[in-house]
Ligand binder design. Structure first.
Ligand code: HPA
Ligand SMILES: [Zn+2]
Length: 352
């Protein structure tokens, strides 16, 4: 929703408001918040030998050419996560970082299959995630809803087994997601696992239209019955799909720095987010894998706004409000956060 009543504001003021306003982060992979420093600390703790001499040489390897080149390093990074304490340290570090960005609600993905393949099961990571989320709520006022995500490069049978293992922890999960290598792995491959998840009362989201074609966005909506599309930027290639996304107000969780780092777009100035917003889509800005892509949610917002002169106060307000509205939090919580957002912007507007 754009607010036409906002007084014109200098660019710097918009950037400040973007940073200090309450917001929801709806597209972040907890394993993608594993900073190189923590990779080295956990490797040391667990006696794992890394193929990099130090943090700097690992960081230098983060030069990706596409989604797969990133995923190879992302899954390799996961190998240092072995114990409940490791997963707690990972999640707690991210929650503290998110709170600095005035995130009031986060719905992080986690990839069980990337851990189960190494013999690390739900009984190791779930207690850690639950404990970290509890502490985030108590100490940071940060509300957390976990999304169990299945890997699309693996067979649906694996995903069904993963969902079955997740059922024990259902009270601590809000949704199911679909991630990993998109091309050649259409949403239709996961029809049964998403049907089962929805039967269990989970919300449904899926990565679609990041590297994959607009048809994958349609498939996610029509076959998986998802409530949000993760990425979705390639929808702009299909005018009829754009009209549908606008009409149905399907939220898109867009990740600008990720799109640049994975060569989905050439640079931030070329990103189609303004076009998506202009077409009336319910767009949100998120960080995806901030430890790998060079920025958390406020970095994504401020760098995008700095690169795109067409983005100003109305778009900033819309993106923040969309994030809160598109979350799966309780209606009462959402209403409270939106009131806090409006109070911030009202004060800014009257200050001129
Ligand atoms: O950006 C992504 N796309 C697909 N799968 C992923 N897994 C972690 N990040 C991503
Ligand atoms: Zn993602």
């Amino acid at each position: 929703m754009l607010r036409p009543d906002l007084a014109p504001m200098p660019e710097q003021r918009v950037a400040e408001l973007l940073c200090v306003s309450p917001k929801a982060e709806l597209h972040v992979h907890i394993e993608g918040t594993l900073e190189p420093e923590l990779i080295f600390a956990l490797a040391r703790r667990n006696g794992v030998t890394l193929p990099y001499a130090d943090v700097e040489s690992l960081r230098r390897a983060y030069a990706f050419t596409d989604l797969q080149s990133f995923l190879d390093l992302y899954y390799a990074g996961c190998d240092v996560l072995r114990t409940e304490q490791d997963f707690f340290d990972l999640a707690w570090a991210y929650f503290q970082r998110a709170a600095q960005d005035h995130v009031v609600r986060v719905e992080p993905f986690f990839d069980p299959q990337s851990h189960m393949a190494r013999g690390v099961g739900f009984e190791v990571f779930m207690p850690a995630f639950i404990q970290a989320a509890r502490r985030a709520q108590d100490e940071l006022g940060l509300s957390v809803g976990w999304i169990v995500s299945v890997l699309r490069h693996l067979p649906e049978e694996d995903a069904l087994q993963t969902l079955e293992a997740a059922e024990t922890w259902l009270d601590h999960l809000i949704g199911i997601g679909l991630d990993s290598s998109e091309r050649g792995n259409p949403p239709e491959k996961f029809a049964r696992v998403f049907a089962r998840a929805r039967q269990l009362g989970l919300h449904a989201v899926a990565h679609a239209g990041e590297e994959g074609p607009p048809a994958y966005v349609r498939g996610a909506l029509d076959v998986l019955h998802v409530e949000r599309i993760d990425h979705g930027v390639r929808a702009s290639e299909d005018p009829a799909l754009m009209q549908r996304l606008a009409r149905e107000q399907v939220p898109l969780t867009v990740c600008p720095l990720s799109n640049v780092r994975l060569c989905v777009v050439s640079d931030l100035a070329e990103h189609n987010l303004p076009q998506l917003l202009d077409a009336g889509l319910k767009v949100t800005v998120n960080s995806d894998d901030p430890a790998y892509f060079g920025g958390y949610v406020n970095d994504n917002l401020t760098q995008l706004f700095a690169a795109q002169p067409a983005l100003g106060a109305p778009q900033a307000y819309a993106l923040l409000r969309n994030s809160l509205e598109a979350s799966f939090a309780a209606d009462g919580d959402k209403a409270l956060w939106i009131a806090q957002l409006d109070a911030r912007w009202h004060a800014a507007g009257s200050a001129g």
